[in-house]
Design a protein. Sequence first.
Length: 262
Amino acid sequence: MAFKWLSHLHTRYILHRHPIPHELWHRLMRDNALFHGLTSVEKAHLRELTTLFLHQKNFKGTQGFEITLNIGVAISAQACLLILHLGLEYYDECDDIIIYPGAFKVARQTPDEMGLVSHEAKVLAGESWLQGPVIVSWDASFAEMEKTMPGHNVVLHEFAHKLDMLNGRANGMPPLHRNMVREVWTKVFTEAFEHLQTRLEHHQHPEINEYAATSPAEFFAVTTEYFFTAPTKLRRHFPKVFTQLCLFYRQNPIKWQSGSFS
Ligand SMILES: [Zn+2]
């Protein structure tokens, strides 16, 4: 109990000592459709989580890229949107966030499902490592924030991989809550994944980004992107997946609808 009390005190201290400037936070919330539907209570909670996340994690820029407070807050706020109703401890195993100024090249063989999940084959916008860093291209993230692209958000994508990996592997199933049923999750996601693969095999237009058909891990990461940036589209095409994601993230972005998303 004493530890919990001390930890709470430390949290209050950080929030008090390292506040995100009001102007900066207000601009981020105002200019990015991703946050428009949040209630004022949720925004206040997101601000606290973002402050703590920013303070706890190591942000590193590559190629001389300087991580300004603006950039750190923007990345952190998007990452924390995923865990808004889960808690910061879901990112306990994610200490390092590496930011490239632009897309980056990797020379690796086929990604290992157990360890590494690549977002794209050779030129990447983001990457997540099991027990390792999350890597994001600022160019890609900035472009997505400037102009909301339904179904596309590299920060949400890479941090969804981190949640997926909490079970020790990237297999498209994060640790489920008590009110969720493992068999239901598996059935729903397997059917949706196979449906998407079949469409692609038959050269039919995929309902969502075809990258989701790469693996179950990518399916979870891509549907998470849709869940937050194009929830009605995800619910229209994959209603059962949408319901499972509502249960896992403990939020329903459709209630946010203000006409800016599709
Ligand atoms: Zn991915």
